[in-house]
Design a protein. Structure first.
Length: 246
């Protein structure tokens, strides 16, 4: 959550400069958020962010006029996000909560945002049921999850299967990710998986976008080819969705 070196003595942001550095690193590594996402679209609306981490995006939304509530399952994240909001003089409702059991009434929010979080839930369908429940009819949202048909999925998977020898211990391309993917629970979804999941909880898919982090998808790749591959076989699958009015 903090992007500090693993060997650093203190990995927790403390000052305004520390928290702004986290935001800069996050946006610097995420071309979609930096160049394509409109943070003003939720200005004046009531929004829930699921998995706020240090509150980097939470505070960005609040600065743009969003009435935002943010949750995270960890006590450490909630403490950091609250400190971040306080330092920036922002009034934000930040709570420790489980995405699978949200303590909000039905139809509470105009918008739900979750960046790289819901694929880490133990019961992903239940988490999306909660998203659907707390969204107002006509409400919208965006979530980013890992993309199953990505170059990274297969390169990392084959590396661990063959060079790390996991294939000789019974692993396959479908489960070897457990050895290197972050999070106790993690899933990689296809476009069809994502659309079917949203449909199963009463949400309509408005757009699906594949993207990648800032670094090149493969070393030494020419920029034009790199961008082409990222748009088709990047690691991140972004789903924009809506709750029907009837």
């Amino acid at each position: 959550m903090t992007y500090a070196d693993w060997g650093a003595d203190n990995r927790l942001p403390e000052t305004a400069e520390d928290f702004l550095r986290v935001e800069e690193i996050l946006l610097g590594a995420s071309p979609y958020l930096r160049e394509r996402y409109d943070f003003l679209q939720t200005s004046g609306k009531r929004m829930l962010e699921i998995g706020c981490g240090t509150g980097a995006l939470t505070c960005r939304f609040a600065r743009e006029g969003t009435e935002i509530t943010a949750i995270d399952i960890t006590e450490a994240a909630v403490a950091m996000a609250r400190r971040n909001a306080k330092i920036q003089n922002l009034t934000i409702d930040i709570r420790q909560a489980d995405a699978e059991h949200l303590d909000f009434p039905d139809h509470s929010f105009d918008y739900v945002f979750s960046w790289g979080v819901l694929h880490h839930t133990s019961n992903m369908e239940q988490a999306f049921k909660e998203v659907s429940r707390i969204l107002k009819p006509g409400g919208r949202g965006l979530t980013m999850v890992y993309y199953r048909n990505s170059i990274a999925y297969y390169i990392h998977g084959l590396y661990w299967l063959l060079l790390k020898g996991k294939v000789f211990k019974g692993d396959t391309i479908n489960n070897v990710q457990r050895h290197y993917t972050d999070g106790y629970h993690h899933r990689y979804l296809t476009r069809s998986d994502m659309k079917n999941l949203l449909s199963s909880v009463g949400l309509t898919t408005k757009a699906l976008t594949v993207t990648q982090y800032q670094k090149k998808i493969l070393p030494m790749m020419p920029h034009s080819i790199d961008e082409f591959l990222k748009d088709r076989f990047g690691m991140c699958l972004i789903a924009e969705f809506e709750k029907p009015r009837n």
